[in-house]
Design a protein. Sequence first.
Length: 337
Amino acid sequence: MSTTATRSAPRIWLARRPPAAGAAVMATGIVSVALHLAGHETTSRVVLALACAAWLGLAVNFVSLLLTDLAKWADRAGTPGALTAVAATTVVGTRFALLGWTSLAAAGLALAALLWPTLLVLVVRNWGRRMPGAVFLGCVATEGLAVLAATLGTTTTTAWLVHAALVPFWLGLVLYLIALFRFDPRQVARGAGDHWVAGGALAISTLAGAKLLAAARTDMYLWTDDVQSVLHDVTVGLLALDLAWYAVLAVAEVVWPRVDYDVRRWSTVFPLGMTAAATLSVSAAITVSWLDGPGRALAWVAVAAWLAVAAGAVAAARTELRSIAREPAGVRSTARR
């Protein structure tokens, strides 16, 4: 095995990552957020560093493909997994906002807002019937904008950002309903991991609602008490639906176990972490202290799932890197193109 082949293998491996690989950043970022909300700041920052490193790797791959092979980029951009680029950016940006790194958070919001309409249109055009859980990523990416805008608006006391967050919040719920009628319910038993996004989309919608409620409790005057009451009821209802999905999907994992690693398993970790973050955020936003305990427990469930999937990802990557290093030079060259 040549030294050149060994050195080029990581670049080829990265170039071969499917769009769904962005779920790894989403999962890692939201676990960092959940740990922060649970009071484990040091661990949260370590996990955030991993999320940032993964985001940078995927961003390089995204831009490289856009500049070198527009046709292939457009083909990938039309798949539901492409929206993980938007969702991952908003999740990492939200963690930056919680740290007070407002410039980075604002840059993330601007980038996500720029990518969102193009990718959403490309993805929605290819929606069909009986789709996997990735169909809910339209809702996830949209609600991610609401979460980041509301969090950043609260951190910087910028009322117009919070008002703007209302648009993707309600639009995300509409996209969820549309996706629900296109989701194949058999995925609950057969899905490779992304079927959990059916619940994760509700979880991020709940988190967006909680962030809007929290923003209204600051010194900013945002809307009337009637609007606040509607947001309260919708957010609580979303949390109840999210926890119901969580229970159904957890039982399905026991009844129909799927233990082999698949990159789509990162789309399982994301809803686990998002449900924990949503539960803890709702607990704080509406002052329901008894939700704090379950939220903290769910955060550790998400950490355990993250560790298990990460171990599977590392093992799969090592196997693939060895395989790439053994490939003839012509095959590796084709893969790079």
